[in-house]
Design a binder for this molecule. Structure first.
Ligand code: TYD
Length: 208
């Protein structure tokens, strides 16, 4: 938990196409309506350097471990430049993805060992975890159909096959079981209004 900080840190996770964006907007609106300063961000990215790393991560082929290390390099910068200063001044940081995505995509999807990620997490943010994480859970074939319907271009991750996303999904759900208090799993195979009702209910219960 972010006990050292007065702000709140909320993250959104799930496989590509699970429908996070609408609910991120609803969460930002809810926090602003409750008079909180809100900083909306994303990973990889969130800082000028992080956005350059994002460009490389999404479009350049690279060694699997290079990919994992660059995710954490971008995250280190994100924490130093944006997340920690915002939380310290009492703002809410709402991020589209954080470290759970590395466990899901680089460990689960790519097959790197979980131990490497505990080591990187312990190095980059030993004392900080999101206060709350929404995990949008959805079958990969449904997510793929949504992506195909709504997108112009695709990146390296979106071009992966169903079995990759099955592994990502399983790794996310494992992480959710291990961090049950922090990660709230949402059935993303529902209408956006139904999902939003769950999101807002959780925010009310935890933070109102
Ligand atoms: P995403 O956040 O889904 O943005 P968009 O909706 O614009 O595609 O894309 C980021 C991609 O990066 C996504 O496919 C997941 C991947 N990713 C990782 O593989 N590991 C990570 O640690 C993070 C933060 C993201």
């Amino acid at each position: 938990m972010t006990s050292a900080y007065t702000g709140r840190f909320i993250t959104f996770e799930g496989i590509d196409g699970a429908g996070k964006s609408t609910q991120i907007a609803a969460t930002v609106a809810w926090a602003r309506a409750h008079d909180h300063e809100v900083v909306q961000s994303r990973e990889p990215g969130g800082t000028p350097l992080g956005e350059k790393l994002r460009e490389l991560l999404l479009h350049e082929s690279m060694h699997l471990e290079t990919e994992a290390l660059l995710m954490f390099a971008a995250r280190r910068e994100h924490l130093a430049q944006l997340i920690e200063p915002a939380l310290a001044r009492g703002a809410w940081v709402i991020s589209d993805r954080f470290t759970d995505a590395s466990y899901a995509y680089q460990a689960g999807g790519r097959g790197l060992s979980l131990e490497k990620f505990s080591a990187l997490e312990g190095w980059v943010h030993p004392d900080l975890q999101p206060d709350l994480t929404f995990l949008f859970d959805l079958a990969p074939d449904i997510a793929a159909r949504r992506l195909a319907a709504g997108r112009d271009g695709t990146d390296r991750f979106e071009r992966e096959q169903t079995d990759f996303f099955e592994r990502v999904r399983a790794a996310y759900l494992l992480r959710a079981r291990e961090s049950a208090g922090r990660i709230v799993v949402l059935d993303a195979n529902r209408a956006p209004e139904q999902i939003q009702a769950d999101v807002l209910k959780t925010l009310e219960e935890r933070f109102a």
